[in-house]
Every structure is written in structure tokens, then in C-alpha cells.
Design a binder for this molecule. Structure first.
Ligand code: MCN
Ligand code: CUM
Length: 785
């Protein structure tokens, strides 16, 4: 563990390469793609959350002078495309045939000369709906009288999707039975939305002569999407090219395949012209995925003197109308296993039941690390509730129970092996940065004056970087990533990767990884991504897996090039390869440092006429597929200070201290950017964001006037710090950072809000802690004594 920033060549504070084009307005997004003869599609969506489709009349729309085609579920049915497989091995309607199951569901697709005509023509489609009873409350979805949403599934008589558990139920019950103290609480991690700045969309260009499809799309996983299109549309995979140009934020929203993409593809096949589909903000918020929606009942057991013994939790997971959640196949609740948190426990158990409701499908998106977000929130709220019950200081309680550094690699009670950690140092650092003792003193003074100041802590361990491939796959595709490194004769390099930046700066950091390994400047390494024709296969960017998996591939492939360079250098210098030593950017003769060759000289020789040993091929190019031996387990300690207005219940985040540990740090500027963004996300979720529904299933969060996202006005100046505990199994010791702050910040903020409300006896407030909710919580318990 170290706490200073090392700056060797390669790693360090390098400004983002991609920003040159972004700040000049030169980014190229899907909606910037213009093709000759391109048509535009628009989706007709259901106004009902649950209704039988009696009839659809598209004749008037077809007669619109600018309309080229109208697709309905029946048309797609004829092609075997009315339903598509989801990432969770369920099926999802592309265009509804029998019923609509959530408000905003796709019912028809109009293709016209321009997007205005396409939208106008939607109004000419006449759909006769017969409304059905609706269930939007996950707790009621399993009631005997709840309407069955998925009557399309054979033999399905209820809304249960899966039952899944982890840990040891009997052992946990036994520990709870003998514990001095048990605290329980019901809490909701509400439905929120990734809401990237760029909504989802695609341009499909089918060439009937070649039988080939080029698809520009907003995708976080171009290769996986290509395979899925090949399987679903039964197009030969080698004839499909998926291009992800610049992506204006994904946050998980762009992992799945949405009906609009499929309709654009079918539209192009049917019309013989390129078809663009780009959703608007309301469509994105209402229909295109969601995040969270976990109803959790947690319990924590401890000794009277504050040793945490066990945690258990029962969850109802609301997956909406189709189970389209993105997660490794074996794990229907993602990595919720890490609900055991960062603490040494004797036992733990969780049970998760997935249910269908009349809400939009998708899920596990929004910087979630596959449900680690929900898990961390649960355990960190429970630890605070325990501190309250024991009348203990929440920082001291955590310090006493954190897993000690000598316990790593640490096997958690759910079987996961945490690779490395030094939790206490991180927490102490956060407390010190915040001035914890003084803050508590200030709080006591303010309370005397009737002011509501709250201090909240959150400690988290994440599990990111899926695979290993033998344990993790998405629809059978093992979670590994390839990298391809070409070194040109002049020593400039091109790195092809399978992951997809959406703003995370891969063009910069991946160049730095190669630079670090080969000792050439990062400017000399061009990172190629987002085009299946130009990059090797891999599973894409989500779950902060790019650095843990693809970043490892980049390091490994660079090392292969370095090894090859050694052989070439030995031929050039006419010495045995064993007598060569590596220093930044060159191989030299041991004991005679003046005798050597730089990687650039070696590259030229490798492409030149130098005689190479038998069996050694010319050039330095190399490739690799990286299958991670384990996940990486980044961690962090967060502290939040809030002020609550006693008159209005309005929460202001005054300070936020975040100490993160993502192992070896490639580029601190980018890491800080990731953390700042994630912290802002956390403020949004904790205080503002909610996709709400009324009893009829009307979505009440369908615009950015209703769905509030944080701006610079709602967030403080972030105070960030770090420690460095490298991952022992990652080639450069790096762990993921992309989702840490989103995972870690909501519990710190809610813990601070509840702490502020202590004089009112408030135990818990569900997110988002809006003024009205905070106000109600204060009223519920009466005035302070
Ligand atoms: N990094 C580093 N040193 C480390 C770890 C990471 O310098 N030890 C750098 C990486 O090289 C990369 C960035 O930090 O440039 C994030 O890396 P990583 O943690 O590997 O995460 P991913 O690149 O896989 O990004 C995915 C993650 C996810 S899942 C969501 S959701 C999210 C997030 O990234 N979506 C984002 N951050 C986002 N940031 C932006 N701007 N836009 C999104 O859509
Ligand atoms: Cu879960 S949101 Mo990110 O993993 O793309």
C-alpha cells in the first residue's frame, strides 16, 4: 500500500487524447451519421401499461406521402422477429403482437423520408387496446390475485422470474439466534435511470447484393451485439459490421439490444435503404432500460460490544415486463453476493426473488457493477443502524469490523475471494481528510442551536472485471477480451481493443498501458475500438471491466511484443537473447549498456532485412486473449456532510470526502474525473432521481423536468484522496474505478441525512431524500425533544 502518486513513463497525469475532438465539437456520434438515401424511423409506443391489442390499423399511415413502410408485430412475426432473446435468456417483444406490458412499449415502426414525417405518421396509426389490470408494485406482483403479465410464456401462472440465494441460511440463522443484538430494516433502492446525454439509436445499412449489414449503433459491446444480431436475424456473422462511433455516455444504458435497433435493421432490409432510428429523451427515460428497483429487507447481528457477526437480506427484484437484465448468465442477481461488504463476518445469507411488473424492462444499468450498488447500500445502511442501536460511533464500529490487511486474499461468506485490500488505512485517511472529530464537535454545537447537520460514512468493496470466462458468460459468450498490437516499421503502434469507451478515456489510458510496457510515448500509440471489422473479439465495456480485463490484455500483448523485440534485437546485435536486458524502451547488452537497440530501431529491423532465427517471423505484431483469473476488488471510504433545513426538509451536501483505491493508477486525471462523475450520480440518486409510476402504470419520470438529475448547483467541491493496493493477479496491478463512486456515495449521503435527523428519532429515509420525504419523516416522529 502506498499513498503517493508515482509517475513513471506511461502512467501519470496525461490529458485525454479524445478531448481534442470533443472540445472542438468534432466528435462523431450515431446521429451524425448521414448516408445517401437514408430514411428515418419512429416508434409508436403504448399509452397503456397493460392492455390487450385488439387491432392495429396502419392503412392511413401507409398512405402518408413521405412514408415508405410501416412495421407491426405481425409483420415481424412473419420474419420470426416479433420476439427477441434478452441478455437474461428471457424473450422480449420487439413490436407487440398480443399485449402491451408496460407504458411506452414498442407497438409499430414507421419509416419515412425524415424524422418529422415519421413522427407525424405515428398519429395516423389506429390501435384498439383493451386495458387490463396493472401491477407496478413489486411487493404485490406475487399476490395470488395479481394479473399475470407474461402469459406468452408457456405454463406461466404467476409473475415470478427466479429465486436465487447465496451464503449459508442455516449457519446464518444460528448466528442470529445467539447474537446479543439484531437490527432489521426494510429499504427500497428505487428505480432510477442512467439518462446518458446521448440517447440510444442506430443507423442500419443493409446491402442486398452483398448480403451484408453495417450497423452504426450506440453500443457498449459491439462484438457481443454483432454475434447477437447474427443469431437473432440469422445473418452470417462475417457479413455484419457493428460500428460504435463516439458514444455520448452509456452508464449501462447501452449494453442491451433494444427493439428500435432491430426495427432499424428490418426497416433497411425491407426498404433497401439505410434507416436511422434515434430515440428522444422521453422514450429513453420511459422505455429504454432502467436501474435498481430492489426492495430489500436486511438484518444485521452483532455482539453487545460491537462485533458484527452476520448479515442477511431478502430481496424482491423488480425486473419489469421482460427480464432483459444484463448480467453474467449464472448470476440472476448480478454480484449482489458482495452484500457482506467489507467486514469480517461469521455467516451471511441472501435470497433474491425476481418478479415481473408492468414497467419497462432492462435493468442493471447506471454504473452498478452488476448489483454491487444495491448490495453496498444495504450493508452500509445496516451498519449505521447497528451503530445507532449500540449507541456506537459509526466510524469506530467500522474500524473495529473491517477485514484486516493480513486476511487477503479474503474469502467472503458467499465464496468470493477478495484479491487485496487495506481498508483501515483508507478509512483513517478519509476521517483525517474530513477532520472527523471536529465535525462531530461542530455537529453537537449545531444541534444545541436546533440546526440539523449530518455526518455519513460509507465503506465499499466492489467486485469488477468479469470473467473468469469459465464462471461468467453472457448468453454463452465467455467474458474475456482480446487485444491486438501492431508495431509499424517506424516504431509507432496501433492497439486494437474489444471494449468501448463512452467517455471513460480509453484512447488515452490504453495508450498509456502500451507506453508503459514498451517505453514509447503514449502519443505514438493509436487506440482502435468501436468497429468489429477493425478490432478483435471481446465482451465490451460495463461492470468496470475494461481496465481489469481489456487493460490486462493490452499489457500482456505489449509484453509479447517486447519479448519478440528481444529476439530481433539479439539478431541485430549478434548476441544471445539471454544476454539482453530491458530498460525503458530498449534492449541492451548486459554489462555493456551502450550496445543496444531502441524499440523503434528494432521495429524497423523486424520489418527489414535482418536475418532472424529459424521459425521467427518478421514484424513485431502480436495478439492475445485475456481471461482474468479473478475479479478485482476496488474499495473506498467515503464521508459526507449534509445540512438539512428544519423548515423545508431540503438537504444540502456541504462536503464530500472520497478516498478510493483502484490499485495501480494509470491516469489520475481520468480517475478523478470518473470519481467526480460517480459522486454526482450518487447525489442524484440519494436526493433527486426517481422513475415513479402511478397505480395505472403511468410513468411519472418521463422527462428531465420530472426526472431530476444533478447539476453543478447540487454538488459540493469534491475532496478526493486515494491509496494504492495493487491487484495481485492483474498484470499491472490495476482494479476498475468507473463505478466506484456511484456505488459508494449513496449510502454515505443517506447515512448523513438520517444522522442529521437523529433529534427527530428518524431511523431510515428511502431514496430519493427529497424535501417532502425528509419533511414527512420529521413529522412522522413528532418534534424533537
Ligand atoms: N483507470 C485508470 N486506472 C485504474 C483504473 C481505471 O486510469 N486503476 C481508467 C481506465 O483506464 C479508464 C477509466 O479509468 O480510462 C475507467 O476504467 P474502468 O474502471 O476500467 O471502467 P470502464 O472503462 O470499463 O468503464 C465502465 C464504467 C461503467 S460500467 C459505467 S456504467 C460508467 C463508467 O465507467 N459509464 C460512464 N464511467 C463513465 N464515464 C463516462 N464519462 N461515461 C460513461 O457512460
Ligand atoms: Cu451496470 S452500468 Mo456499467 O456496468 O455499463
Amino acid at each position: 500500500m502506498s499513498t503517493t502518486e508515482e509517475r513513471p513513463i506511461g502512467f501519470g497525469r496525461l490529458k485525454r487524447k479524445e478531448d481534442a475532438r470533443f472540445i472542438r465539437g468534432q466528435g462523431r456520434y450515431v446521429d451524425d451519421v448521414q448516408l445517401p438515401g437514408m430514411l428515418h424511423g419512429a416508434v409508436l409506443r403504448s399509452p397503456y401499461a397493460h392492455a390487450r391489442i385488439v387491432s392495429i390499423d396502419v392503412s392511413a399511415a401507409q398512405q402518408h406521402p413521405k412514408v415508405h413502410a410501416v412495421l407491426t408485430g405481425r409483420d415481424l412475426d412473419g420474419l420470426g422477429l416479433a420476439w427477441m432473446p434478452t441478455l437474461s435468456m428471457d424473450t422480449q417483444a420487439v413490436l407487440a403482437t398480443d399485449k402491451v406490458r408496460f407504458q411506452g412499449q414498442e407497438v409499430a415502426f414507421v419509416i419515412a423520408d425524415d424524422r418529422y414525417a415519421a413522427r407525424d405518421a405515428l398519429e395516423l396509426i389506429d390501435v384498439d387496446y383493451e386495458p387490463l389490470p396493472v401491477v407496478v408494485n413489486a411487493r404485490r406482483a406475487l399476490d395470488a390475485d395479481a394479473p399475470v403479465i407474461r402469459d406468452d410464456l408457456e405454463g406461466k401462472a404467476d409473475n415470478r422470474i427466479f429465486d436465487w440465494e447465496a451464503g449459508d441460511r442455516a449457519a446464518t440463522d444460528a448466528v442470529f439466534a445467539r447474537a446479543d443484538v439484531v437490527v432489521s430494516e426494510e429499504m427500497l433502492y428505487p428505480r432510477v435511470h442512467p439518462a446518458p446525454m446521448e440517447t440510444c439509436g442506430a443507423v442500419a445499412d443493409y446491402d442486398a447484393v452483398e448480403g451484408s449489414l453495417t450497423l452504426w449503433s450506440t453500443t457498449q459491446a459491439p462484438h457481443a451485439h454483432r454475434t447477437l444480431f447474427a443469431l437473432v436475424a440469422r445473418l452470417p456473422e462475417q457479413k455484419i459490421r457493428v460500428i460504435a462511433p463516439d458514444i455520448g455516455g452509456g452508464f449501462g444504458n447501452k449494453v442491451g439490444i433494444y427493439p428500435g435497433y432491430v426495427c432499424a435493421v428490418v426497416g433497411s432490409i425491407v426498404t433497401g435503404r439505410p434507416v436511422k432510428w434515434m430515440e428522444d429523451r422521453s422514450e429513453n427515460l420511459m422505455a429504454t432500460s432502467f436501474a435498481r428497483d430492489y426492495v430489500m429487507r436486511g438484518s444485521i447481528a452483532a455482539t453487545r460490544d460491537g462485533r458484527i457477526l452476520a448479515v442477511r437480506v431478502d430481496v424482491i427484484a423488480d425486473h419489469g415486463a421482460f427480464n432483459a437484465t444484463a448480467q453474467p448468465t449464472k448470476y440472476p442477481a448480478g454480484f449482489f453476493h458482495v452484500f457482506t461488504g467489507s467486514y469480517e463476518l461469521e455467516a451471511a445469507h441472501c435470497a433474491v426473488t425476481g418478479v415481473y411488473t408492468n414497467k419497462a424492462p432492462g435493468g442493471v444499468a447506471y454504473a452498478c457493477s452488476f448489483r454491487v450498488t444495491e448490495a453496498v447500500y444495504l450493508v452500509e445502511r445496516m451498519v449505521d443502524l447497528l451503530a445507532r442501536e449500540l449507541d456506537a460511533d459509526p466510524a469506530q464500529l467500522r474500524l473495529a469490523n473491517l477485514i484486516r490487511p493480513d486476511r487477503f486474499p479474503y474469502e467472503a461468506k458467499t465464496g468470493w475471494v477478495y484479491d487485496s485490500g487495506d481498508y483501515e488505512t483508507a478509512l483513517r485517511k478519509a476521517l483525517e481528510m474530513a477532520g472527523y472529530e471536529q465535525l462531530r464537535a461542530e455537529q453537537a454545537e449545531r444541534r444545541e442551536r436546533g440546526e440539523l447537520m449530518g455526518i455519513g460514512l460509507g465503506f465499499f468493496t466492489e467486485a469488477v472485471g468479469a470473467g473468469p470466462r469459465k464462471h461468467m458468460d453472457i448468453l454463452g459468450l465467455g467474458m474475456a477480451d482480446a487485444a491486438e498490437l501492431r508495431v509499424h516499421p517506424t516504431g509507432k503502434a496501433q492497439l486494437g481493443i474489444s471494449v468501448q469507451t463512452q467517455g471513460q478515456g480509453h484512447e488515452t489510458t490504453f495508450a498509456q498501458i502500451v507506453a508503459q510496457e514498451l517505453g514509447i510515448p503514449p502519443e505514438d500509440v493509436e487506440v482502435v475500438h468501436g468497429d468489429t471489422d477493425r478490432t478483435p473479439f471481446g465482451l465490451g465495456t460495463y461492470g468496470s471491466r475494461s481496465t481489469p480485463v481489456s487493460g490486462a490484455a493490452a499489457a500482456v500483448v505489449a509484453r509479447k511484443v517486447r519479448d519478440k523485440a528481444r529476439v530481433v534485437a539479439s539478431a541485430m546485435l549478434e548476441v544471445s537473447a539471454d544476454d539482453l536486458e530491458w530498460e525503458r524502451g530498449r534492449w541492451f547488452v548486459r554489462g555493456d549498456p551502450d550496445q543496444g537497440a531502441t524499440i523503434q530501431e528494432i521495429a524497423m529491423a523486424a520489418h527489414g532485412t535482418v536475418e532472424l532465427p529459424k521459425g521467427v517471423e518478421a514484424g513485431l505484431d502480436s495478439e492475445t486473449v485475456y481471461d482474468p483469473p479473478n475479479l478485482t476488488f476496488p474499495f473506498g471510504a467515503y464521508l459526507c456532510v449534509v445540512d438539512v433545513d428544519p423548515g423545508t426538509g431540503k438537504v444540502t451536501v456541504r462536503r464530500f470526502v472520497a478516498v478510493d483505491d483502484c490499485g495501480t493508477r494509470i491516469n489520475p486525471i481520468i480517475i478523478e474525473g470518473q470519481v467526480h462523475g460517480g459522486l454526482a450520480d450518487g447525489v442524484g440518486m440519494a436526493l433527486m432521481e426517481l422513475i415513479a409510476f402511478d397505480e395505472d402504470g403511468n410513468c411519472l419520470g418521463g422527462s428531465l423536468m420530472d426526472y431530476l438529475i444533478p447539476t453543478a448547483l447540487e454538488v459540493p467541491d469534491w475532496e478526493t484522496g486515494f491509496t494504492v493496493t495493487p491487484s495481485p493477479h492483474h498484470p499491472i496491478g490495476a482494479k476498475g474505478i468507473g463505478e466506484s463512486a456511484t456505488v459508494g456515495s449513496p449510502p454515505a449521503i443517506v447515512n448523513a441525512v438520517v444522522d442529521a435527523l437523529r433529534p427527530y428519532g428518524v431511523r431510515h429515509v428511502d431514496m430519493p431524500c427529497t424535501p417532502s420525504r425528509v419533511w414527512e419523516a420529521m413529522q412522522g416522529r413528532g418534534a424533537p425533544p
